[in-house]
Design a protein around this ligand. Structure first.
Ligand SMILES: C[S@@+](CC[C@H](N)C(=O)[O-])C[C@H]1O[C@@H](n2cnc3c(N)ncnc32)[C@H](O)[C@@H]1O
Length: 210
């Protein structure tokens, strides 16, 4: 179980590709919801948008439609996930609207200033989240938005609750914990949203302004 859990943080090989397909199905609705919220929240049409850790590319697919005038980049350390993102968004890659790159937060330096960064279910894999968030803050333009989609520890599937901490990944117990990290990293306003009911949340979203 721990071996499979490791693929959610860094999908690789055959199992990684399988995990990518599972993520597309199990996280797809949440990714589309995050993009819908961003569409409602952002006052200006962004010009430069990055998805960090797009995995199989469902969030990118939705965001490309909701922000039709934006230029997009998808940055992920997993070549297998970049391949799935590519397959799902081939038309936009071929038209030059979307570029996919292998990398992590540091790779965004060359894309700055960025109007909007979205990262869904990536927070847990940042082992020094204060440092990662401070870097993201620096790459966004003043007033730019960071959207972090995540799930709290207690609402995660049991195998993730058990195995993610064993792998050194970080889980969060309250939205305040996430908001605190964002403010410490320099973000000014932090808005917290929840998909689903308080008894059975399907995921949370923190939208932070740089
Ligand atoms: C659990 S998956 C989530 C994929 C997609 N965002 C979703 O919601 O379905 C985590 C993704 O983040 C990527 N990832 C892991 N560590 C990362 C890091 N430090 N920076 C950026 N992406 C990372 C993984 O390769 C994987 O594609």
């Amino acid at each position: 179980m721990s071996m499979i859990a490791s693929h959610f943080g860094r999908p690789r090989g055959l199992i990684g590709r399988l995990v990518g397909r599972i993520m597309a199905r199990s996280n797809g609705e949440f990714n589309r919801w995050v993009v819908e919220q961003l569409g409602k929240y952002s006052q200006d049409q962004p010009a430069r948008v990055v998805e960090l850790g797009p995995g199989p590319g469902v969030g990118l697919e939705a965001a490309l439609r909701v922000f039709p005038n934006a230029r997009f980049w998808g940055v992920d350390p997993s070549p297998e996930m970049l391949q799935q993102s590519r397959k799902r968004n081939l038309g936009d890659i071929e038209s030059g609207r979307l570029t996919l790159r292998e990398g992590t937060v540091e790779s965004l330096a060359e894309l700055a200033p960025i109007d909007m960064v979205m990262a869904n279910h990536v927070l847990y894999f940042w082992h020094q989240p204060s440092a990662e968030l401070a870097q993201l803050h620096g790459f966004l333009r003043p007033g730019g938005l960071l959207a972090l989609g995540y799930q709290l520890r207690q609402n995660m599937p049991k195998p993730a609750q058990t195995n993610f901490p064993k792998l050194g990944h970080l889980l969060y117990d309250s939205p305040d914990e996430v908001a605190h990290l964002l403010r410490e990293a320099g973000f000014t306003t932090v808005t917290g949203l929840m998909k689903g009911s308080i008894d059975a949340p399907k995921g949370r979203l923190a939208i932070a302004t740089a």
